[in-house]
Design a protein around this ligand. Sequence first.
Ligand code: HSE
Length: 309
Amino acid sequence: METSTVTVQAPATVANLVCGYDVLGLCLSKPYDVVEVSLINEKTVIIHPIEGFDLPTDPASNTAGAPLIEMLKLIEADLGFEVKIVKNIKPGSGIGSSAASAAGAVVAANALLGNPFSEHQLVQFAMHGEKIASGVMHADNVAPCIFGGVTLVRSTDPLDVISIPAPDLWVTVVHPQIEIRTADARRILKKQIPLKSAIEQWANTAGLVAGFFKKDNDLIARSLKDVIVEPIRKLLIPRYDEVKSGSIKLGALGGGISGSGPSMFMLSKDEVTATAVEAHMKSVFEAISLPHYTHISKINTAGVTVREN
Ligand code: HSE
């Protein structure tokens, strides 16, 4: 029954960018998932099992399936989607694994249909995948994955995503092999914060956005501070302070927890610094025999890209 297929590369993303919990995010070039979506002529979504991972194939409980179910609600024609995913972004890594499945699926499905939906609508669909993964419709991974570059989610209801000029910076990511569930990492956060902390946090968030617009690396570095989330979540990541302070000593502008962790990221102004930071990150985790992966990439301004077949 298959009439046509679109394959996309759906990249990893770094959410929060230290001070912008649930609102800021950036898109990496690698790693990325490969998402293949085929059109079928029955109003349903079929999810194939993903090799190497025990993820649900019931579309309503799948991070790629739920967004496509939402999309189908707006389509009159009797059609549906069949989805195959090659997952290179490990679930629970903190670099937007669930977002990549969701964003990749909706971008591919939209392309199959001749792109009737806007990027904002695609983010809206994809947020239903995040609801499954974390219990919350946050968009700070799916927005940069779909828009590319750096994004600000000013509001999720109604959705308002703003593209921010991506700085010409390098990102080093380390993923220590422990798993932190986003839902758990959200549950441990305080529900109320002192006004003093809120003032500091929104000053830094505004400073970071201003730094991106002004291409001012010193302002970016000064603003990469989190007085609300990091002090709690960093306790879940072994050797967190050592990774961070050593990276900054080597010249990184700053960084912190990627999304809800356990991955950490650091921004650097050149590849040499990004590579030195990577070596430091590796040495810290090698010293405690904690297996880990690292990735170095520039900020990816393209987001999810359709592969030419
Ligand atoms: N903003 C979300 C959180 C991102 O920190 O919980 C999850 O990847």
